[in-house]
Design a protein around this ligand. Structure first.
Ligand SMILES: O=C(O)CCC(=O)C(=O)O
Ligand SMILES: [Fe+2]
Length: 226
């Protein structure tokens, strides 16, 4: 299930971030690639030490933490601080799956990557190519969103970033461990929650609200690990 989050940052905020990110010193992204990804990855990334990266990363996580769709779809247990990438001059990241187990920075705490998120900082007309192509059971989805928008997708999907043949594509990306490991179970919980929310809006007097909420929490009890 792919969930677009429109307007996570306003276009003015995204533009300010883009300008600040452009001032930073970028490193070869292959430094952080695993032994399979290293052959298909040509991009630049910011060091975790970058203050700008940390500030914008905090802003992203604050906004997503208050976003009902992100919280309902991801059910986050642990979240890695966002990383930042930059693609230009034909740079690309071929088909790959992200590592299943990651370590929180400056700690020995492990995180299982259940959900991936990309936040776009460049407007689509500022670069050619650069679509994030995500494969799923029904085919593939080509994602290229406005600056300030985000896309949330299961971390077990094969995906790639198409070559950026003109201009520069700046984005943030990060992984979350969910309270619910299975993407199918997460999707069912998300759909149930969305329908309960719609029922609350359209028929606040309905007695089904309490019983569906009861069902939601009982499923969450069965399927979550804390
Ligand atoms: O930039 C993106 O949209 C995704 C990047 C990516 O797949 C990765 O760095 O693993
Ligand atoms: Fe990836």
């Amino acid at each position: 299930m792919l969930i677009p989050i429109k307007g996570l940052l306003s276009s003015e905020e995204a533009e300010k971030c883009r300008q600040a990110l452009m001032q930073e010193t970028w490193n070869d992204g292959r430094q952080t690639a695993g032994h399979v990804a290293i052959n298909v990855k040509t991009n630049l990334q910011l060091s975790r030490d970058s203050q700008v990266a940390q500030q914008i990363g905090d802003l992203i996580l604050d906004r997503l933490g208050a976003h009902p769709h992100f919280m309902s779809a991801v059910l986050p247990a642990k979240v890695l601080p966002p990383l930042f990438n930059r693609y230009e001059s034909g740079g690309a990241y071929g088909n790959h799956v992200d590592n299943a187990l990651l370590t929180l920075p400056n700690s020995s705490i492990k995180l299982r990557s259940d959900v991936s998120t990309t936040v776009f900082f460049s407007e689509p007309e500022q670069y050619e190519g650069g679509e994030l192509v995500i494969q799923h059971s029904y085919g593939e989805e080509r994602v290229k969103l406005a600056a300030g928008d985000a896309i949330v997708y299961p971390a077990n999907s094969m995906h790639r970033v198409e070559p950026v043949t003109e201009g520069i594509r700046l984005a943030a990306f990060f992984w979350s461990q969910s309270l619910v490991a299975s993407s199918e179970q997460r999707q069912m919980l998300y759909e149930l929650d969305q329908n309960i929310q719609t029922l609350i809006m359209d028929h606040p007097e309905s007695e089904s609200i309490a019983s569906l909420t009861h069902l939601y929490h009982n499923l969450l009890r069965h399927w979550s690990q804390t």
